[in-house]
Design a protein around this ligand. Structure first.
Ligand SMILES: [Zn+2]
Length: 457
């Protein structure tokens, strides 16, 4: 039997070493993540900042923000602070909500072929390093849309390691031969008499037919998924599925949607084409990941049905190409060719595009994901991109309903009652989003859950 929980005695030792108390330990099968309580929460006032609240068109200057117990308590000019409060002078700089990546894969720091054979503790060490890297560039939340990040999420929430909040999807769900099938050509099928590699156990559940898809969905939920990721069409990194392929029948997709909805959460699908997106919408899918090759007609359907569009620039893919190699005959080239028209049509139709990177497979890819800000300037202005990466992405996170691990307040906004995930920035990201691409230089304060991880002020 697989046990997804860490040893309570070890955790208690680590927690007490860190000087924290109150990290409630779950039972043997508890995949919930109780928040860490800091022993003596001291009220903190960030004084004299221009507050951009995540939704407005302008920042408001000369404000003070009171933070206590991980939450924003009040925002005003020159308010009376509690007697025991500590103070940080923002020096008139801009205060924004922490950045949310709507499409990360923090548990996949190696390519699938390598990962199949690696020691899990090595993979975990890379993910821990990536978690700190994300946090230290001001990315305070990841919607992790495939890969077993649930243990890392738990360790971060318990204060064992530093990193962003994580909404894990656990294992992808893929049909045989689909975008999640990364076996070598002659490897036997795990459900047809072959041995189960760690990849088919924890990264992709290969499931065919409604019954298997139901079981796979329930298995990912059992492992701690806050939402479910299903592969509904061809993908770039997999060997057997051309981009134009449609994956899963309507009955199979419905099985996943029903099982997720029974858990009061939702299914997001990997889909590029009209056929894959429309079949997914027919089955009741709420979130389309990618969508790069869809027509204007399909986009209008996404809008009219209130589904979410979570697309990426894929600009970072070019970083890995030496010079200007011709990509047109590759799967990546096929997909990237659709990016311009997708983004332009989405903007024309007023469909908000979630901000996400799809950085996967290497530390270099994670690092390059920060360039997503600048790549989007081709289609959106800085303010639009900043809204995508904060308040809009936060709406997407809320689709997890009772499976949302962070129930105390909203994310992605600055208002009383919201989580204190905050950045103080030099320069004006509302008019120049690229200041966020140089966090070491331009981000002077990084706070998550009211805790300070960087303070140059
Ligand atoms: Zn992805």
């Amino acid at each position: 039997m697989m046990n997804t929980n860490r040893s309570p005695s070890l955790i208690l030792t680590v927690v007490s070493l860190l000087g924290w108390t109150g990290a409630a330990m779950g039972g043997a099968h508890d995949v919930q993540r109780p928040p860490v309580k800091i022993a003596k929460p001291v009220p903190l006032v960030i004084q004299n900042v221009q507050v951009w609240d995540g939704t407005a068109d302008k920042a408001v200057a000369g404000l003070d923000v009171l933070i206590e117990d991980g939450l924003i308590i009040s925002i005003s000019s020159g308010q009376a602070a509690p007697e025991n409060a500590e103070f940080i002078d923002g020096g008139g700089r801009v205060l924004i909500p922490g950045i949310i990546d709507a499409h990360s894969h923090i548990a996949i720091p190696l390519g699938p072929k390598v990962l199949r054979q690696e020691d899990p503790s090595y993979v975990a060490a890379l993910s821990v390093r990536a978690a700190r890297m994300y946090l230290m560039r001001g990315w305070t939340t990841l919607r992790d849309i495939g890969g077993p990040s649930q243990g890392l999420a738990k360790a971060i929430d318990q204060g064992v390691v530093d990193g962003p909040r994580i909404y894990p999807s656990a294992a992808f769900i893929s049909q045989t031969s689909g975008h999640g099938d990364h076996r070598g050509l002659t490897d036997p099928h795990p459900n047809v008499g072959g041995p189960v590699n760690q990849f088919e156990q924890r990264y992709t559940l290969l499931a065919d037919g409604p019954a298997e898809v139901r079981r796979a969905t329930r298995e990912s939920l059992r492992q701690g998924a806050t939402q479910i990721k299903v592969m509904a069409g061809g993908g770039i990194s997999s060997d057997y599925d051309p981009i134009d392929t449609t994956q899963y029948s309507i009955e199979e997709l419905r099985a996943a949607v029903e099982s997720a909805e029974d858990w009061n959460t939702y299914v997001a699908v990997h889909a590029y084409t009209d056929a894959a997106v429309n079949r997914s919408l027919d089955a009741g899918v709420k979130v389309i990941e990618h969508g790069h090759l869809v027509s204007e007609k399909t986009l209008k359907r996404i809008k009219s049905e209130g589904a979410f569009l979570s697309s990426q620039s894929f600009g970072f893919v070019r970083i890995f190409m030496k010079g200007n190699e011709d990509l047109s005959n590759t799967k990546a080239g096929q997909v990237m060719a659709g990016t311009d028209s997708l983004m332009n049509n989405a903007k024309k139709l007023g469909i908000p595009v979630a901000f996400g990177t799809d950085a996967v497979g290497s530390m270099r890819a994670y690092e390059a994901g920060i360039k997503e800000f600048g790549y989007r300037l081709r289609w959106f202005d800085s303010l639009e991109i900043l809204k995508q990466a904060t308040s809009h992405n936060a709406k997407l996170l809320m689709l997890t309903g009772p499976r949302n691990p962070y129930q105390k307040g909203p994310l992605g906004v600055i208002k009383p009652g919201a989580y204190a995930d905050l950045l103080i920035v030099d320069g004006d990201p509302l008019t120049d989003i690229k200041v966020l691409e140089e966090p070491a230089k331009n981000i002077q304060l990084i706070m998550k859950d009211g805790r300070i991880y960087k303070n140059n002020l």
